[in-house]
Design a protein around this ligand. Structure first.
Ligand code: FAD
Length: 317
């Protein structure tokens, strides 16, 4: 079933959904099952699986020189989605990115997803590789998520890259895209970012999942601004509990978001196991308020931390 159909038929209920990462290469599906088994009790209609492109690292060779080597640390998104759907009977949403894909490779990936009856996809651009200072599209690949949305929408209409294909099989993808309550770091301002977000919706995207945020007011203001800009699709809040003090520095650096002062103060004051409790409690309060305000779904970035995610779900559901 499509993500948006769950929302349409929700009768006002706020769903829960989880986002998981593929295991690092060399690890098996048990890692995913160990995360999801204890969380299934809260009946998520869908689970997202992130995509991690090949990246470069510098590795020392036998002569002592450093050379650039390509590695793909976490392969496997599509296979994991199929496996989740088979084991739990829920829908799985693979993240599909522009980075590392030519448009032909994207088309082939979409065809595979369609054959597997995976009808939901989160369409993203992807980030720059670690050794590059800006996002560089694959030769013959998409530059923005907008172009990826357009390609998926075209396939939904039976249009393939090869214009000789007449009467092409129509896929039926429900397309999610990313939104940023505190704006995407490359956007000059929130208004411009929302203008591009609207273009993704106009091109065929069906719903939005937000970047994590720790101040609900940022989410509510973002939703208001989207509605004013004419975006009328569901906007799913993405949530992540902060569980370690050092994340006060790493999360803003990596995700370009702010922590509210009361949370910072409480995290700085807490000691030992209290640190994790403070972050978890904050996420519980955020979740409760969002649920009360009738959001369609609470989407948790689990990062493999099943214990904390479970604690939050127990308190909220
Ligand atoms: P876009 O929508 O393309 O936007 C990128 C920037 O360009 C923005 O600043 C926007 O304002 C601007 N822009 C957009 N369109 C245009 C245009 N046509 N012309 C000019 N400017 C434009 N990354 C992964 O690698 N794998 C994942 O699985 C993954 N999952 C994610 C899930 C969520 C919910 C979120 C919020 C992010 C995720 N990311 C993931 C990270 C994401 O790939 C990065 O944030 C990336 O930098 C931007 O992706 P986007 O799809 O928002 O890009």
């Amino acid at each position: 079933m499509k993500v948006t159909d769950y929302f349409k038929n929700s009768q006002g209920q706020t769903f829960v959904s989880y986002e998981i990462l593929p295991p690092v290469k060399g690890k098996g599906m048990e890692e995913i099952f160990n995360t999801l088994d204890p969380l299934m009790e809260f009946k998520p209609p869908f689970v997202d699986v992130t995509y991690h492109r090949e990246d470069y690292i510098y590795s020392e060779n036998e002569s002592g020189y450093f050379e650039k080597v390509a590695i793909r640390k976490r392969p496997g998104t599509v296979g994991i989605c199929a496996s989740i759907m088979h084991r739990y009977g829920v829908d799985a949403v693979p993240h599909l990115i522009c980075g590392g894909f030519s448009v032909d490779e994207t088309e082939n990936a979409l065809i595979d997803l369609n054959f597997l009856n995976i009808n939901n996809v989160l369409a993203l651009r992807g980030d720059a590789r670690h050794l590059e200072d800006k996002f560089i599209p694959e030769p013959g690949g998409h530059k923005y998520a907008l172009d990826l949305v357009k390609q998926i929408d075209a396939m939904n209409k039976g249009k393939y890259l090869d214009s000789n294909i007449a009467d092409g099989a129509k896929s039926d993808f429900c397309i999610g895209v990313a939104g940023y309550p505190e704006k995407h770091f490359e956007a000059p301002n929130l208004e411009t970012d929302i203008k591009w977000l609207k273009k993704k919706i106009d091109a065929g995207a069906d719903y939005i999942v937000t970047q994590m945020f720790f101040d609900n007011e940022k989410y509510f203001a973002f939703v208001d601004a989207c509605r004013k800009a004419g975006i009328d699709v569901p906007i799913v809040p993405g949530l992540k509990p902060i569980t370690k003090r050092y994340q006060l520095g790493t999360i803003p650096r990596k995700f370009f978001i702010n922590f509210p002062e009361p949370l910072v103060k409480a995290m700085m004051k807490a000691k030992g196991s209290r640190i994790k409790e403070v972050g978890t409690e904050w996420c519980i309060q955020q979740s409760k308020e969002l649920k009360e305000r009738g959001v369609p779904c609470l989407h948790y970035y689990t990062m493999g931390d099943v214990e904390t995610t479970r604690k939050i779900c127990e308190a909220v559901y």
